[in-house]
Design a protein around this ligand. Structure first.
Ligand SMILES: *Cc1c(COP(=O)(O)O)cnc(C)c1O
Length: 363
């Protein structure tokens, strides 16, 4: 047995990282591949770090089959800064952008975009409390772009089909919480972005995948740190990048490749999601999932119990059983289990067993 403790980690973000990745980082912590120092201590202009960032990019390109005409950027400011950078860089003066609103994160993206210029709602599911993907869209054929959130981390709504946008309108997606959780066709999107701390690494780096032609839209007068063109020209190294976080996402990309790539990862993710959703569906209504079955997220599973009191007891007892992070987001309440790539099948099983036992005692 190991001498350290590992909980069942259902945190929404920052969240579980693969144990193998943490162990590899630990082994290299004091002396990175014979450099005699930690990645944290080395110049970001050194040969060693150049290897770290280039390898991370190459591994991601391989994992997601990123076409050659896309840039991969490693930026700071979280996915939240992208909410502002996207309209600043890509909307253009006097042009409107379309937003698909399916939960807290897309709503927040829209709010930021509105501060900076014209923005339109092309579809919203707020009337049903963000429990599904939209059934229909009202796209503006002249929109600068369409923005949607592929997986709503708080409401547990995931898109498994790409919204059919009008010809020539770039489609942009926030994939923060389902990044590298399953294969996607990057060529359908003009831009994808993900804060790393949900599924791909520690906080501090945001991965942006951006089609080259969008860079032609970037206005001249932007603050340099907010300018995709400069960040692309300088290969994410205009200033000091979040070097250690980039190193960590690089280890996660390598780990994902070792699992057999994204198709193999998706298979495990579907297995875990089925275990947890079955526990909900087989409870005779004691547990109630938030999301309609077709849009159930493979990553975040929000559900309710018969009362808020029982929900509080559930979260407390789960914690006492080393199941961490199941309390729902403060904005929606209830329970939420995040079952990202690094959460093992055994944790999903432990949760399902706990749910059945809790119901037996309290149902
Ligand atoms: C967590 C999250 C964000 C915000 O990410 P930060 O990196 O904290 O800014 C945005 N979108 C989605 C889908 C998220 O899950």
């Amino acid at each position: 047995m190991s001498e350290f403790k590992r909980v069942h980690n259902f945190n929404a973000g920052p969240s579980a990282l693969p144990l193998e990745v943490l162990q590899e980082a630990q082994a290299e912590f004091l002396d990175y591949k014979g450099a005699g120092m930690s990645v944290m201590e080395m110049s970001h202009r050194s040969k060693e770090f150049e290897g770290v960032i280039k390898t991370a990019e190459a591994d991601l390109r391989e994992l997601l089959s990123v076409p050659a005409n896309y840039k991969v950027l490693f930026l700071q400011g979280g996915a939240s800064l992208q909410f502002a950078m996207i309209p600043m860089n890509l909307r253009g003066a006097g042009v409107s952008a379309d937003y698909v609103v399916t939960g807290t994160w897309s709503k927040t993206a829209l709010k930021e975009a509105k501060k900076l210029g014209a923005s339109r709602v092309a579809a919203t599911t707020e009337a049903t409390n963000f429990d599904r993907a939209p059934e229909a869209y009202d796209f503006d054929p002249k929109a600068a772009y369409v923005h949607f959130t592929m997986n709503e981390t708080i409401h547990g709504v995931e898109f498994f089909d790409t919204p059919a946008v009008p010809d020539g309108v770039p489609l942009i997606s926030d994939v923060s919480s389902d990044f590298i959780s399953r294969p996607i066709d990057v060529s359908k999107y003009a831009m994808l972005y993900a804060g790393a701390q949900k599924n791909a690494g520690p906080a501090g780096v945001t991965v942006v995948i951006l089609r080259d032609d969008l860079l032609e839209r970037v206005p001249e007068n932007l603050p340099v740190m907010l300018d995709y063109k400069t960040q692309a020209e300088k290969e994410s190294m205009y200033n000091t990048p979040p070097a250690y976080s980039i190193y960590m996402v690089g280890l996660v990309f390598k780990w994902a490749k070792k699992q057999g790539g994204l198709a193999a990862i998706e298979k495990v993710n579907r297995e875990k999601a089925a275990i947890v959703y079955n526990a909900i569906d087989n409870s005779g209504g004691f547990y109630r999932g938030h999301t309609v079955p077709e849009a159930r997220s493979l990553m975040n599973v929000p559900f309710r119990l018969p009362s808020e009191e029982l929900e509080a007891t559930f979260a407390k007892e789960a914690k006492a059983n080393d199941m961490i992070g199941v309390k729902g987001h403060r904005s929606v309440g209830g329970i939420r289990a995040s079952i990202y790539n690094a959460v093992p099948v055994a944790s999903a099983k432990a949760l399902a067993d706990f749910m059945a036992e809790f119901q037996r005692k309290n149902g």
